[in-house]
Write a new protein. Structure first.
Length: 325
């Protein structure tokens, strides 16, 4: 494992801050940021080697030898940055969604449109299996956006499942973990939990903190197990069926555009864990049928900004790859 000084670990934490910011926004992949910043391969390799042999090595050779051999200083520095960034940006995103929902969802819509093109153009062979995968994935994803959301978004099993699935963003550059949470209907719930954790710390409210910490812990446990399983399975699938996987991911994003459409009509509300009335069932409508101010011109502008953000990240990523080659 590489030997680093304090400054180098600080730089890794800064890269974690960038990854965390990306992971809060549907359409931007933390995996893409990791690739661009040059730590993607080390991250995957470090996660791959993590297993229960760490405790045997700890017992046999001591804690510090085990810590160093498993490159845990790297993970600690990186995930510290990710955690700080997510906690900070979650509050900002939540406030923006409340105050400017049309503009925020327009920005997200542009991000995902660009991500569809980014992932789709990596497909090198088009044929019946590829097109079938895209069509089926699009249909399934679109159906999920129409289905009635799960009413127990704060339940332990659902938080575990959400973490298990969303961690795919750590493995695949181009796919956003926040996007997966959005598709599952858990995006706002996870944001609220992160904000609750932060508020518990700042107000010294132990009950508020402990409730949120348990939820985050369950979500994190699902993510840890998910990344161990997905990292091996997806690496194999990418090596053997890359075009099919890319087609499925492209289709999922196409179908989910209905979920991110900026103009919505609320059909049904639910009470969240804080006793607040929040939208439960929504349907997409045209801007002319939107109950509030549609902000069409500004919405288009924010879509373009979101699209260009992914486009710029893609260009940087390509240049980085060409430099490495």
């Amino acid at each position: 494992m590489p030997s680093r000084n304090l400054l180098q670990y600080f730089i890794i934490t800064l890269k974690g801050l960038a990854m965390g910011a990306a992971d809060v926004v549907p359409g931007v992949s933390g995996g893409t940021i990791a690739f661009i910043s040059g730590i993607y391969e080390e991250l995957i390799d470090t996660i791959h080697q993590l297993d229960f042999q760490f405790f045997k090595k700890w017992k046999k050779e001591g804690f510090f030898i085990a810590w160093k051999s498993y490159n845990l200083s790297f993970l600690l520095a990186l995930f510290l940055g990710i955690a700080i960034s997510i906690i900070s940006f979650a509050k900002i995103i939540s406030e923006l969604l409340k105050e400017h929902p049309v503009l925020v969802w327009s920005f997200f819509f542009g991000l995902v449109i660009a991500s569809i093109l980014y992932v789709g153009k990596q497909i090198t062979k088009w044929g019946i299996p590829t097109w079938t995968s895209i069509i089926l994935a699009t249909a399934i994803s679109y159906y999920i956006t129409l289905a009635e959301p799960i009413s127990t978004l704060d339940s332990t099993w659902f938080l575990f499942f959400a973490g298990f699935i969303a961690i795919i963003a750590m493995i695949l550059p181009g796919i956003s973990g926040a996007f997966i949470l959005l598709l599952l209907g858990a995006y706002q719930s996870i944001l609220d939990t992160i904000n609750q954790l932060r508020d518990g710390v700042t107000t010294l409210d132990w009950k508020l903190f402990s409730d949120a910490f348990v939820k985050i812990l369950v979500f994190g446990l699902g993510a840890i197990i998910g990344i161990k399983i997905f990292s091996k399975a997806l690496n194999w699938m990418f090596s053997n069926h890359k075009n099919i996987i890319l087609a499925i991911l492209t289709g999922f994003m196409i179908g989910a555009l209905n979920k991110i459409w900026p103009w919505k009509e609320v059909l049904e509300y639910r009470m969240n864990s804080h006793g607040e009335k929040v939208p439960f069932l929504e349907t997409s409508v045209l801007p002319t049928s939107y109950a509030g101010e549609p902000f069409v011109i500004y919405a288009i502008l924010f879509m373009i900004i979101g699209f260009l953000l992914i486009f710029i990240l893609e260009r940087v990523s390509v240049n980085k790859k060409n430099t490495n080659d």
